[in-house]
Design a protein around this ligand. Structure first.
Ligand code: SRM
Ligand code: SF4
Length: 571
């Protein structure tokens, strides 16, 4: 058990780092293929993780060698997932020239490059900044990429939500000049500079040790919780009257990471705390961040997220502290609550004479193989039609601002490169997603992204035999219990437990408002489909009219589900 009086070592790395500099600059000029350990903690704030190729690691160990093939992952922060064709092409160029030739659309509407060698890291980050994007605060103990519904509709509601997303991103951005010095400034210009006005550097919101842990925000609307608002530390759910956003219901303390062996850890959905007007939202977000900064656990990183502070002290205490920091009492939440979810896939009218195409990218991975050429297709679409690119929280892409006359031309490019249209994909695959896991993620205990497509092949057959192929439910897989593909509130969550084996969670919900519970533990990958099939039969036989798969599993409860599926497994 962590000593609650002793600060976690990451805290001194932060406090001694001179606002996130550490000795990264020295490491950058050395010949070594990797960064020193303390600097790897600081690099996260700059949007970079040091990783090693786990496939290669196994191979080398087999040959009796231990050397690792080290490279960096860089994550570009893209508020609300909105970027231009040029910015997308710049990332494709980078993955081809300096990365591992793939690009990952993440579950938080960002982009990740993998396989960047240390010697190319500066050029990579510089190029991302050259196209007006940034990796600063994409990772680390700060507010990260702010999520927002990616719909391109330009009504007052979406405009206001986009305004708030950008305002939160700016308001909570780290102020350190370290990022500029390390990655952007011309190397030849010499010494560290003081910020404008010659003032010593400081972080007005975070302070020198930043937050105890990562911090995540999402902005959603009741009819469309596509960003999974309640899995975030802080959520803003739009309250709409007469077509205008009059304010937001603020939720606090969501987070999914858990360590099954540590009972003190758990996934949690955020709790609804208060109502704020659009004008109050940024200042209240700052107050929430500051309360977590001052009272969050800095001894034990396993229990340092905001959800543990709220579980420990209670929501009433937390709200009172936020009001104290904000300087005024807050109003109570309105009755407005999440009641819909849109994955935005397929053709949609933007409402301004233009079209948007929601394009399903399986598990968010863009690559070119002999028969499927994602990168080539996107390049061609971006160069020819110059659409806006909006990334969804389900690892997919919306192509926006398409001239209706180009609809069939866009489809033709997609097909030409061997790719399915969203309309060609089965419902179960459309609603599935997997985290990165092997070979790059250092925390993975099982495969995820690389095996989910095979499981989908099997589930498609079984669901169609049962006539359930049109049922919409979420299947989300992760390679460890950290929950990066948000499996715990999915209808079916598959969580890597130990080599090739998964814990199956059932009973979450498409709307993202309920956590599932463990149905069966330590199931081999090859047995997942045959474990789930009797539950599908039970669902078909005993569901109530219109009931979703997750709702059915939740209503039945685990004992009854096992009893029923036991009967059907024998048939
Ligand atoms: Fe995550 C750590 C990938 C969304 C919870 N996550 C990691 C790391 C950086 C592994 C590490 O620490 O060494 C993974 C990098 C793998 C790689 O090779 O790229 C990683 N997380 C991802 C992404 C790329 C998954 C994906 O396939 O899309 C997502 C990037 C989002 C982004 O653009 O910012 C990603 N991670 C999430 C989410 C979902 C969300 O935020 O909506 C969660 C659950 C929500 C939450 O935060 O609780 C999530 N990731 C974690 C955790 C557990 C945190 C905790 O409180 O315990 C870790 C481990 C940690 O922080 O110690 C983690
Ligand atoms: Fe890695 Fe685990 Fe996150 Fe998957 S869930 S990307 S295995 S940390």
């Amino acid at each position: 058990m962590a000593d609650e009086t002793k600060l976690n070592p990451v805290e001194s790395i932060k406090s001694e780092s001179d606002f996130l500099r550490g000795s990264i600059l020295d490491d950058l000029s050395s010949d070594s293929d990797h960064f020193a350990k303390p600097n790897t903690q600081l690099l996260k704030f700059h949007g970079t993780y040091q990783q090693d190729n786990r496939d290669q690691r196994n191979k080398k160990e087999g040959e009796g060698k231990s050397s690792k093939q080290i490279s960096m992952m860089t994550r570009t922060r893209i508020p609300g997932g909105r970027l231009t064709s040029e910015q997308m092409i710049a990332h494709l160029d980078l993955c081809d020239t300096l990365g591992n030739a793939t690009l990952k659309c993440t579950t938080r509407q960002a982009l990740q490059l993998h396989g960047i060698l240390k010697e190319n890291l500066r050029a990579t980050i510089k190029k991302i900044n050259d196209v007006q994007l940034s990796t600063l605060a994409a990772c680390g103990d700060v507010n990260r990429n702010v999520m927002c519904c990616p719909s391109p509709v330009n009504d007052p509601v979406h405009q206001e939500m986009r305004r708030l997303t950008d305002a939160l991103k700016d308001h909570l951005a780290p102020r350190t000049q370290a990022y500029y010095e390390l990655w952007i400034r011309d190397e030849s210009t010499g010494e560290k500079q003081l910020v404008a006005g010659g003032e010593p550097e400081h972080e007005p919101i975070y302070g020198p040790t930043y937050l105890p842990r990562k911090f995540k925000i999402a902005v959603a609307l009741p009819e469309d919780n596509c960003v999974d608002i309640y899995t975030n530390d802080l959520g803003f759910l739009a309250v709409i009257r007469d077509g205008q956003v009059i304010g937001y219901n603020v939720s606090v303390g969501g987070g999914l990471g858990t360590t099954p062996s540590a009972a003190k850890t758990f996934p949690a959905l955020a709790k609804r705390m208060a109502f704020v007007t659009p004008e109050e939202a940024c200042a209240v977000a700052e107050a929430v961040v500051k309360v977590q900064r001052d009272f969050g656990n800095r001894a034990d990183r396993k229990t340092a997220r905001l959800k543990y502070l709220i579980a420990d002290k209670g929501l009433d205490w937390f709200r009172a502290k936020v009001e104290e920091y904000y300087g005024a009492a807050l109003a109570d939440c309105t009755d407005d609550e999440v009641h819909g979810f849109d994955d935005h896939l397929g053709w949609q009218d933007q409402g301004d004479g233009r079209l948007c195409y929601g394009w399903n990218v399986e598990n968010g991975r863009l690559y070119d193989s002999d028969d499927r050429r994602w990168k080539a297709a996107i390049r061609e679409i971006c160069s020819q039609f110059s659409p806006g690119i909006h990334l969804t929280a389900h690892q997919s892409i919306l192509l926006t601002n398409i001239d209706p006359e180009d609809r069939s031309n866009v489809e033709a490019v997609i097909r030409k490169h061997g790719l399915p249209l969203s309309e060609d994909i089965s419902t179960v695959r459309r609603w599935s997603m997997a985290c990165v896991a092997l070979p790059t993620c250092g925390l993975a205990v099982t495969e995820s992204e690389r095996v989910l497509p095979q499981l989908m092949d099997r589930l498609e057959i079984e669901l169609s035999k049962l006539g359930l192929e049109k049922e919409a439910f979420t299947v989300r897989m992760t390679g460890c219990p950290n929950g990066c593909a948000r499996p715990y509130n999915a209808d079916i969550g598959l969580v890597g437990k130990t080599k090739d084996k998964y814990t199956i969670f059932l009973g979450g919900q498409l709307l993202g408002t309920r956590l599932g519970s463990i149905y069966q533990d330590v199931v081999h990958f090859d047995d997942i489909c045959k474990t789930l099939t009797p539950v599908f039969v039970a669902f078909k036989e005993h569901r109530q009219s219109g009931e979703s798969f997750g709702d059915f599993c939740d209503r039945m409860g685990n004992d009854k589900l096992h009893e029923l599926s036991g009967q059907y497994a024998e048939v």
